[in-house]
Design a binder for this molecule. Sequence first.
Ligand SMILES: [Zn+2]
Length: 415
Amino acid sequence: MKQWLEEKLLQLNVTDEMDEENGFTRLSYTEEEKQAHEAFINVAKELNLDVTQDEAGNLWARWKGVQESAPAIAIGSHLDTVSAGGGYDGAAGVLTGLAAVKVLKDKGFQPEKNIDIVCFASEESARFGVSTVGSKATAGMIDKEELGRVVDADGITIKEAVESYGLSWNSIDQAEKSTEDIESFLELHIEQGTQIEDNKAEIGIVRGVACPVRLQVTVKGMANHTGTTPMNNRADAFVAAAPLVTYVEEQARELNEVQSTPIVATVSTVQLSPNVMNVIPGEVQLGIDIRSVDDELKRSLADQIRNYCETMNQSSRLDVHVHTLVDNDSVYLDSSIQEKLQDITETAGYRAHSMDSGAGHDVMNMAVRWPSGLIFIPCREGISHHPKEHASIEDLNKGTNVLAAYIESTAGEQG
Ligand SMILES: [Zn+2]
């Protein structure tokens, strides 16, 4: 099995060498993503699965069960990457899904229900700033008008990209599946962190996916000459905003000391205007990303930050505005699937660690409509979205075994 995994990992990454200095670049709806999808089709066909491409470019490789009209057990992830990303983010989930089918076919298992191995299109936001397009389409969450206008760095709209991929933008929403089409969805992903390793475990079983609150803070002061404006007569927007950066970090740290649910907050973007060596910064825009699966906790930190900005506003020389860009509820995964995964993992002799996901994945859209689960396998040093991203064949094999056992216990052996 390990040899099969090694071989197919290369095949799905359209390469003969995983150790690529420049990593892998398969942006959304590009020729590179399509090549990886073609590799998926080839592997699925070798396993005698029936592959269909839906209107969003997602691939569904079906192992037909005896009850052909019964809802499917769906398992999958994605094959697109960020620029110069790794060959495991997404690929690990697609590969182990196919591998689980191989394990079960090799041992003569015959499913009662349909099994779908899914390869979602366009999961990463690297090209268009919008993530999980394929799974959003599956879950009926596409707003064609709004999304169609989104452009990449070259000014190509997502609509144009989808059409040059060979799909029709007009029918992208027809990729939607109904509640009756799928019984449950399970995704395997690399952890992109080190919690599994830190807890001396082998498989992470995810309880929820933290969705962010994102704030944009604009501080307006007064741009002026750096050489002629005395220190006591300035309204430097950058100086005014600087303590906010430390405040966000400190408040998040303090909350983690008193709360059991983790929270993270980051001032992740800064724009200075005019950003010129001899001009006092007249305006600063900071972007703040706050995440926790405890929605109340993340919203109360956002309120604290708003209040802090209010106190900054009390200086007559400054004008501070806080704009909420995003405030989504976290997604909780199905508890009975978590229990099942816990049992399966223990039975297989692997140590499981129950945890939350700070990053978004296709499963967060699927979970809105279908009972869904997410498992993590370790990745070396937690490095991801980088050419050094790596998951071992041993860990991919363990993940495969968990997925195979999950299919076995949910898809029902033909009796
Ligand atoms: Zn991913």
